[in-house]
Design a protein around this ligand. Structure first.
Ligand code: ATP
Length: 235
């Protein structure tokens, strides 16, 4: 049994080739223990989403290695990566990608119907504070509520890791805070590791670990000894 959730060595990603090649990741070495909230910060284009996509099994590396526990992601076939995503990973994106013609409960059930050990859809909605809104359609919910349905959908299959790419990017600060509170609750109540890319730098205050990216590399990693409650975060 490995003691890390993720480990990378000299992880690199180059898009394209020749003079137009883009070096999105330039040799990233990283070790992340399980159960943490990790926030990735850095300028636009610094490689945060690329790292998230490789660790989440959505993209491949050009060189170097990445492991999830004792499984080497960079050696996996597409079929194994699909299985890895299905069994271990939940995704939350900036735009909620809910089906407009389905209720909140039915949107969550899209996932619970194909997962191996799912939570009940109503229970997942209760975790995000929407237990009483399960029959509402996306158009009847605020942006923050829709994002919480998306989080319920992501956690309903009981993933080990929740990947969040700009989860509050489309939300005002009060609504954004309510979404961050839900992510903190998921981490604390279910033990889910949360990896979050954000431009909202103040979000770093609620993280166990903050990774600063610049130009495809980790510039600095900070471990917070004291974490702020999401409701106390200013932005
Ligand atoms: N599919 C792709 N094809 C070509 N270049 C890409 C592709 N995806 C990303 N890139 C480039 O790789 C670099 C890193 O992009 P990435 O999306 O990882 O940065 P980021 O830090 O997440 O940026 P942002 O904060 O704007 O989302 C950028 O220069 C980007 O243009």
């Amino acid at each position: 049994m490995s003691d890390h959730e993720y480990r990378t060595t000299a992880l690199s990603k180059v898009y394209g080739s020749g003079p137009s090649a883009v070096h999105a990741l330039r040799g990233v070495d990283l070790t992340l223990p399980p159960g943490e909230i990790v926030v990735l910060l850095g300028p636009s284009g610094s490689g945060k989403s690329t790292l998230l996509n490789i660790l989440g099994g959505l993209d491949s590396a050009s060189s170097g290695q990445a492991w999830f526990r004792d499984q080497c992601l960079t050696d996996m076939s597409d079929t194994d990566l699909t299985r890895y995503r299905r069994n271990h990973i939940g995704f939350v994106f900036q735009f909620y990608n809910l089906m407009p013609s389905l209720s909140a409960q039915e949107n969550v059930e899209l996932v619970t119907e194909i997962a191996d050990t799912p939570m009940d859809a109503g229970e997942a909605l209760a975790v995000v504070g929407l237990g009483d809104r399960q029959d509402h359609f996306p158009a009847q919910l605020s942006g923050g509520e829709q994002q919480r349905v998306a989080i319920a959908r992501a956690i309903a299959k009981q993933p080990d890791v929740l990947f969040c790419d700009e989860p509050t990017g489309a939300l005002d600060s009060a609504t954004g805070r309510s979404v961050l509170r839900v992510l903190r609750d998921v981490n604390e109540r279910l033990g889910t590791t949360v990896l979050m890319v954000t431009h909202a730098a103040n979000t770093a205050a609620m993280a166990d670990r903050v990774i600063h990216f610049a130009d495809g590399a980790i510039r600095e990693t900070i471990r917070n000894t004291v974490k702020k409650a999401p409701e106390d975060i200013e932005w």
